[in-house]
Design a protein around this ligand. Structure first.
Ligand code: SAM
Length: 297
């Protein structure tokens, strides 16, 4: 059996050390499929008893075959249906392929650029997560292997002709190679790289149960660049506390991103398991105490 420091007695254990030391999430392991250290991070793949194959980066669960659609659909379709006619899409991170699989479901999308820092994540996802990684060879998809922050700085800056309708940051948490994605400068780079009616979304790495102050500060950072910033969430049992926040911003201050600007057509509807226009709006509604801290104080 391949060993990993987070696996003991047949159970994988994800600790919430940094933000909430008294909590852990455990999944029963059937088989360890892969463990290595790439140039950027520790990569683990295992077959779990109940959630299918699981991808873990630096000890943190990134996705499982059973519940990944709840994350991939919301981080993709909330911004895409908030835009009237999204054609040019940029995905930063997203090496498991789940987000690009969702983005190409929109017939109006003409091109998708995916910027992933770690080639190994893509290769392992193609091997062990085939349903997630099915769109890597789609004709509309272009994959760039480099740092997303650098990419935005160098190729999608203020005077660039490369402007996007929607930018999705599907990154890992701030403790590893994705650290820069949670800083003010990154929000500014995204703002510059969007067209004037562009929309962006980023995983907020935290949820309302564990570190509300962190979320409040992240929202403040985002609002210092995008006046029109909102917080929504999705329910994913294998993310800590079962709830993950997403930060959604519109460059156009007059757009209400909590209301879809388009609805899925019949063909798109048949491809969706989590997203629908009702859950789009409902996902922005927060419990009173969390709303007060995130949106009012
Ligand atoms: N759904 C996951 C979550 O929030 O738990 C995240 C998905 S995972 C595919 C995130 C990806 O971001 C990883 O493949 C990682 O290699 C990539 N990534 C991290 N830092 C990056 C950077 N600086 N530039 C581009 N990709 C990065």
């Amino acid at each position: 059996m391949i060993e990993h420091p987070r696996i003991a007695n047949g159970w994988f254990r994800e600790l919430s050390d940094d933000h909430f030391p008294g909590q852990a999430l455990m999944l029963k392991v059937e088989e360890v499929l892969h463990h290595s250290k790439s140039e950027f991070q520790d990569i683990l793949l295992f077959k779990s008893a109940e959630y299918g194959n699981v991808l873990v980066l630096d000890g943190i669960i990134q996705c499982t075959e059973r519940d990944e659609f709840a994350y991939q659909e919301m981080i993709s379709h909330v911004p895409l249906y908030s835009h009237k006619n999204p054609k040019k899409i940029l995905v930063i991170g997203g090496g498991d392929g789940g987000v690009i699989r969702e983005v190409v479901k929109h017939s109006c999308v003409e091109s998708v650029t995916l910027v992933e820092i770690d080639r190994t994540v893509i290769e392992l996802s193609e091997k062990y997560l085939p349903k997630m990684s099915s769109a890597f060879n789609h004709p509309k998809v272009d994959v760039k292997l480099c740092d997303g922050f650098k990419f935005l700085k160098e190729t999608a800056g203020l005077n660039s002709v490369e402007k996007y309708d929607v930018i999705i940051t599907d990154s890992s948490d701030p403790d590893g190679p994705a650290e820069a994605f949670f800083q003010k400068e990154y929000f500014q780079l995204i703002f510059n790289a969007l067209k004037k009616d562009g929309i962006m979304i980023a995983q907020a790495s935290e949820n309302i149960w564990l570190d509300l102050n962190y979320l409040k500060n992240l929202m403040k950072t985002s609002r210092s660049i995008f006046k029109n910033t909102q917080y929504c969430y999705t329910m994913v049992p294998t993310y800590t506390s079962g709830q993950l926040g997403l930060i959604v911003c519109s460059k156009d201050e007059t757009i209400d991103i909590t209301v879809p600007q388009r609805k899925p057509d019949i063909k798109e509807q048949g491809l969706l398991r989590y997203y629908n226009p009702d859950i789009h709006s409902a996902s922005f509604v927060l419990p009173t105490w969390a709303n007060t801290i995130i949106n009012v104080e």
